[in-house]
Design a protein around this ligand. Structure first.
Ligand code: UDX
Length: 433
């Protein structure tokens, strides 16, 4: 199969590299000439475990190419994936579809007959109809199909998620297009990953419903964690106790500082807008969005409380800045609101993150970045673990404590046990325990 991937960001690059690894011929396209030049030199625009090696192997094998020339790249392709960004539109939270529509216009005149155009970007319900209209208007004579095929990749685990998916969702009403998609995903099909065929609109909604549901699960356990703190219960026991019920499931029940990242915040907001526009309120999602926003600043206040209620002039060290481990992505990271709350209260902040410091320095210029967790903790009154990087799971707590001026350890991911932290001399605060 010959595949073009328009947009060489997170989703496009991971998907393109994985399709090439399956044996397809893939070209990843991007408007950013610098990014394409660097990719050709095997330099990745993002940090994702395993990606650099996968790209190099497939480039060397001649199955993966990079290009800035969209029109030339889509020629002769069986499937053209649109994997450009759909950020939250400033002001109203709607998904900004300008990149999707621009790509559609550009590919319209260049595709060969019987090309399947696949929207992989997360797009509101009805976007496929609009993409189809754009292509048809620009190129009325050509036979083509527009299919929805949402991605469910977690940053930091994206390659594994692509190669061993729980399911593949394809939204299309045209049999010939479904056959092309079956061929594209055949290697996974043989691994018995289920492919679900739905209408295009259902497929578009599945993506939003999945992310909104997962965001709800996280927010639910976060609120239970708050309740546990008031009631003297332990949220980890509660998570395990409910998660072993197959109807609930044990995943995404880890209490923490609130969800962040490139998907949940943006997609829950976009779903709210779609629901509002269609006069069908989704009250649960609306409560989730609000609770999660409030939670991030509440985490900053948790640190201030651990400092005895006064942060002015105190030094706080944050360990982990990215929204989750194994990524350098700072988009909507809880650390941003936590830093802001602490700065507002007059604290000085140092921080360490294994991969995110370069990105974080742009967003959080007031934070002093340190070379290690122990350097960040030097002279600090409080240390807060914000992101559960593996590198923070086995810190020498005695060394950390010795580097500090104060004794507060705020573990927002519950990676230490209470007895262990207290034995090292910490005033230890975690979430929901
Ligand atoms: C998510 C979806 O999982 C993926 O299917 C979708 O396509 C894109 O969005 P991602 O944002 O990369 O992936 O990360 P994920 O692992 O889902 O975590 C999202 C946020 O939820 C992170 O901030 C994480 O820390 C938080 N989280 C996750 C929790 O607080 N508790 C949990 O139990 C799980």
């Amino acid at each position: 199969m010959k595949i073009a991937m328009i947009g060489s960001g997170y989703v496009g690059l991971v998907s393109g590299a994985c399709f090439a690894d399956f044996g397809h011929m893939v070209v990843c396209v991007d408007k950013d000439a610098d990014k394409i030049a660097r990719l050709n030199d095997h330099i990745m625009p993002i940090y994702e475990p395993g990606l650099a090696g996968l790209v190099k192997n497939n480039v060397d094998a001649g199955r993966l190419h990079f290009s800035t020339d969209l029109a030339a790249s889509v020629k002769g392709c069986d499937a053209v994936f649109i994997a450009v960004g759909t950020p939250s539109r400033r002001g109203d939270g709607h998904a900004d579809l300008s990149y999707v529509y621009a790509a559609s216009e550009e590919l319209a005149g260049a595709i060969d007959p019987k090309t399947v155009v696949v929207t992989k970007s997360t797009v509101p319900v009805g976007t496929g109809d609009e993409v189809e209209r754009i292509i048809r208007e620009a190129n009325p004579a050509i036979e083509f199909a527009v299919v929805s095929n949402p991605e469910f990749l977690r940053e930091g685990a994206a390659i594994g998620d692509f190669k061993r998916p729980d399911r593949i969702v394809v939204g299309s009403n045209e049999e010939w297009a479904k056959d092309v998609m079956r061929a594209v995903y055949r290697p996974l099909f043989l691994n018995e990953s289920p492919i679900i065929f739905t209408s295009r609109r259902s497929s578009e909604l599945i993506k939003y419903a999945a992310n909104a549901f997962l965001a709800t699960k996280i927010t639910f356990i976060n609120e239970m964690a708050d309740l546990c703190e008031k009631l003297g219960a332990d949220v980890q026991d509660v998570s395990r106790g409910i998660g072993l019920d197959n109807r609930i499931g044990s995943k995404f029940l880890h209490a923490g500082p609130g969800y962040g990242g490139s998907c949940f915040p943006k997609d829950t907001l976009a779903l709210l807008k779609t629901a509002q526009d269609n006069e069908t309120p989704v009250r649960i999602v609306s409560a989730v969005v609000e609770a999660n926003d409030l939670r991030k600043r509440a985490m900053g206040r948790k640190v201030i409380a651990a400092l005895g209620g006064e942060a002015r002039g105190k030094k706080v060290a944050l360990l982990g800045l990215t929204f989750k481990p194994n990524t350098d992505d700072m988009r909507d990271a809880p650390s941003i609101a936590i830093v802001q709350t602490l700065l507002d209260a007059g604290a000085h902040i140092s921080a360490h993150d294994p991969e995110g410091m370069a990105e974080a320095a742009n967003i959080l210029p007031q934070v002093t970045m340190a070379h290690s967790a122990y350097d960040a903790a030097a002279g600090a009154d409080a240390v807060a673990i914000v992101t559960e990087w593996d590198a923070y799971r086995a810190l020498d707590l005695a060394q950390l404590r010795a580097a500090m001026r104060g004794d507060a350890l705020i573990d927002m991911r519950n990676i230490y046990n209470v007895a262990q932290a207290e034995a090292a001399g910490f005033k230890y605060v975690s979430v929901g325990r």
